[in-house]
Design a protein around this ligand. Structure first.
Ligand code: SF4
Length: 256
């Protein structure tokens, strides 16, 4: 059934956040050193308001947020990330998904704890909470060590609906998020899952992005499908046709 992405984000947020004496806690299912960006400490959040059919996140973390992972305070997350960074000599930290912008108070608390410590912080998001919460982008602009990667789910309303099962018009929220980030001068760039897109639709997306800011079109990152076994299963289930996909052990270096 088609769902509304805003309603779903708000509903999932209630399941993956709670308030304790340590402030807002957020559910995570994993902390690790990852190979992306040349080596980066990564905290993986539970739960997302989209249900992308190519999502690499485990079935439990995406579809069963109540059971998956556990709650962590911002202070504990900061401690764990810094410990891993020290152990491996890394200067980059990342929140990935699930959707890490769910639980704004938790995220802003974490950024406050990491401010001024010499790290680059990559926030990987589908952008939707940054569109429906008007103040979010402005609040992120306080942290100059943050870079936001907004991951677009296809190049158009139709592709978005096919890939996520959400209302087609929700695609505009992803573009609105980029608009807000640019407006508030938050370092950001768009990426797009383009494995299901034609050259023409990619070109049209670049034109729409250029209409917001020419730099967004220049910086557009093309993301390609990684064929984890559970991803292949979902793609078959929904009979999605893709043009490019890579086995997990053969991801081209330019995609890492
Ligand atoms: S937005 Fe990201 S985390 Fe959420 S379902 Fe899509 S691919 Fe998965």
């Amino acid at each position: 059934m088609v769902y509304d992405a805003v309603e779903r984000h708000l509903a999932v947020e209630k399941l993956v956040t709670c308030v304790s004496s340590e402030g807002m806690e957020r559910k995570y299912y994993r902390f690790r050193r990852a190979r992306w960006y040349g080596g980066i400490v990564t905290a993986d959040c539970v739960g997302c308001g989209l249900l992308c059919r190519f999502c690499w996140v485990s079935d439990e973390a995406l579809h069963h947020p109540v059971e998956a992972g556990r709650f962590y305070s911002a202070e504990t997350v900061a401690k764990i990330m810094v410990q891993i960074a020290r152990k491996y000599g890394l200067r980059q930290l990342r929140l990935s998904g699930g959707e890490p912008t769910l639980g704004k108070e938790h995220l802003l608390g974490l950024l406050e704890l990491l401010r001024g410590r010499g790290y680059i912080f990559i926030l990987e998001t589908n952008g939707i909470p940054l569109a429906y919460d008007e103040g979010y982008a402005s609040q992120l602009s306080r942290y100059d060590f943050v870079h936001v990667r907004v991951s677009l789910k296809g190049c158009s309303e139709d592709e978005f609906a096919t890939l996520t099962g959400a209302k087609p018009e929700n695609f505009k929220l992803q573009l609105n998020a980029l608009e807000r980030l640019v407006e508030h001068k938050v370092s950001c760039h768009p990426s797009v899952m383009a494995s299901f897109s034609t050259r023409e639709s990619l070109q049209k997306l670049a034109e729409r992005l250029a209409g917001i800011d020419s730099k967004l079109a220049e910086d557009l990152e093309v993301e390609e499908l990684i064929l984890y076994p559970h991803v292949e299963k979902e793609i078959r289930k929904y009979r999605l046709k893709y043009y490019v996909g890579h086995p997990p052990n053969k991801v081209p270096p330019e995609q890492i």
